[in-house]
Write a protein that binds this ligand. Structure first.
Ligand code: AHR
Length: 516
């Protein structure tokens, strides 16, 4: 029997239980679930990953302190070069001798793009950062011709105009880019070259077709709606997938959450909304596949997700006063503790849907709505760095479906929200990790886990991210204000595990089992 520590009736913790079984497998987690995103925007590239002349940069201009922090997140792929930026971008501007590359107006972010950092530089950076490139092509102002040419340039071995040009530009071997996004948010009025679902579906289909003729080993992602609350959501997916289902491999989802009304309880429920977004897109994909009698299951690429709202007013001012500037402090959200909790919740949602979500990109990686921030003198982890790091490190293997029983709550903008949410992953070494979010604003939750289906489990570590207040954030002077700690506060007995979860806490429980 597990004894949960006694407490007086008034402050008695809420109770919750979780059952886990080896056989409740959701799916093998695709490592690409822990991808990220670097866009030519603000200080993501210039002053972020690339900072020539800075003492912390190498001879390529790559910030080594940033690379170390990126490696700390074990990011398997990075989407590049946009985002909205890509819809007005000529990829050819970013190759060849740097001094001959054109300076262009970037209409997406009202800045000047020098093209000093381009395709080869990014591929080189990705190698150093131990990650793969997910490359987005421009289907805003460009089309099929540019699409097939860049695949030939990047992936064809040699003996043709574009592949030989790549060699001349210094890459004898193909760049080997395996994953391609067919444009970005093409339904958005803010997008350069916005399309109707019909226009986009046709263009995506023809682009995918010829890109795969050049290199049949690549995979491509079609643009879903740019958000769940777009007026065209649903119709967009149905019409465009009807036109390109056979030639595409994934459909994209994008979602950013805000806490404009300063209601933490509603804000932390947003990961439930994310879950319903995913399930709706899965249903649409399957409906189209079914209608076509196509046995292929279309999977999802959640290639932009995060919290984004803190910097919106500041951005308007910066853009108004610095039109066509460079390296501006754009989209520099400073994340607080509650943002880290929601990011943890969103990661749980991704894991629970890992049978269909195969790719996901935390948007973005450095400085721009990012887990990693830089100044000219150093870099530091924002609050959201930590849950992402935990799940990327320990969330690899088989995702298991926990059966959770707990109380629900209602808030200003959400009803029936479970107090706790959890995901579990069994590693290939038979280690077991359970990620648990306690959404309760003020109450501890006494959680009992029934792990009887695992031969012998032993908890090795409880990693806790908690703060007494939701607002604190990290900065260069105080980088450790919100930081995880390792504690020993559980009780275990014959396959039962009990712990009291602090209110508003992110928890990672790491177990070894007999086989590990
Ligand atoms: O990540 C910032 C922007 O958000 C991207 O450029 C765009 O795709 C999305 O709207």
């Amino acid at each position: 029997m597990v004894e949960i520590s006694s407490a007086s009736e008034s402050n008695k913790p809420k109770e919750a239980s979780l059952i886990l079984d080896k056989d409740y497998v959701i799916s093998r987690v695709d490592d690409r679930l822990y991808g990220s995103f670097v866009e030519h925007l603000g200080r993501s590239v210039y002053g972020g990953i690339y900072d020539p002349g800075n003492p912390k940069s190498d001879q390529n201009g790559f910030r080594q302190d940033v690379i170390r922090m990126v490696k700390g997140l074990s990011v398997p792929l990075v989407r590049y070069p946009g985002g909205n930026f890509v819809s007005g971008f000529n990829w050819e501007d970013s190759i060849g001798p740097v001094e001959q590359r054109p300076r262009r107006l970037d209409l997406a972010w009202a800045t000047t793009e020098t093209n000093e950092f381009g395709l080869h530089e990014f591929c080189e950076w990705a190698k150093q950062a131990n990650t793969q490139v997910m490359y987005a092509i421009n289907l805003g102002t460009r089309g099929i011709d540019a699409a097939r040419n860049i695949v030939e340039y990047a992936n064809h071995p040699g003996g043709t105009f574009w592949s030989d040009l790549r060699k001349k530009n210094g890459a004898e071997q193909p760049l080997g880019i395996k994953l391609w996004c067919l444009g970005n948010e093409m339904d958005g009025p803010w997008q350069i070259g916005q399309k109707t679902a019909y226009e986009y579906g046709r263009l995506a289909n023809e682009s995918a077709k010829v890109m795969k003729w050049v290199d049949p080993s690549i995979e491509v992602v079609a643009c879903g709606s740019s958000a769940y609350d777009m007026p065209t959501f649903g119709d967009w997916e149905m019409e465009m997938l009807d036109l390109c289902y056979e030639n595409v491999d994934y459909v994209s989802l994008h979602r950013y959450y805000q806490n404009q009304i300063h209601d933490t309880a509603s804000f932390l429920a947003k990961s439930v909304d994310m879950d319903s977004f995913i399930k709706t897109v899965v249903s649409i994909c399957d409906a189209i596949g079914g209608k076509k009698h196509n046995k292929k299951k279309l999977n999802l690429s959640f290639d932009e997700w995060n919290v984004w709202y803190h910097s919106v007013d500041q951005d308007k001012e910066i853009q108004a006063n610095n039109r066509w500037g460079r390296g501006l402090h754009l989209l520099e959200d400073v994340y607080n503790f509650e943002d880290a909790l929601l990011v943890g919740g969103m990661l749980i949602t991704l894991l629970k849907n890992s049978d269909r979500v195969k790719i996901a990109c935390l948007a973005q990686l450095v400085n721009v709505i990012a887990p990693i921030m830089t100044s000219s003198t150093g870099c530091w982890a924002q609050t959201i760095y930590w849950p992402f790091m935990h799940v990327s490190a320990y969330g690899r293997g088989q995702a298991l479906q926990p059966i959770i029983k707990c109380e629900n709550y209602s808030a200003k903008e959400a009803d029936d929200v479970p107090l706790i949410d959890a995901a579990a992953v069994m590693g290939d070494d038979s280690s077991l990790t359970i990620f648990v979010l306690n959404r309760s604003m003020d109450q501890q939750v006494a959680l009992t886990c029934d792990l009887r289906a695992f031969p012998t489990t032993e908890c090795k570590e409880h990693i806790l991210l908690h703060h007494s207040d939701v607002n604190p954030s990290n900065n260069e002077q105080n980088p450790d204000e919100v930081r995880p700690q390792t504690i020993r506060d559980w009780k275990e007995d014959q396959g039962k595990f009990a712990v009291e979860l602090l209110p508003l806490s992110w928890n990672v429980f790491r177990f070894s089992t007999r086989d590990s």
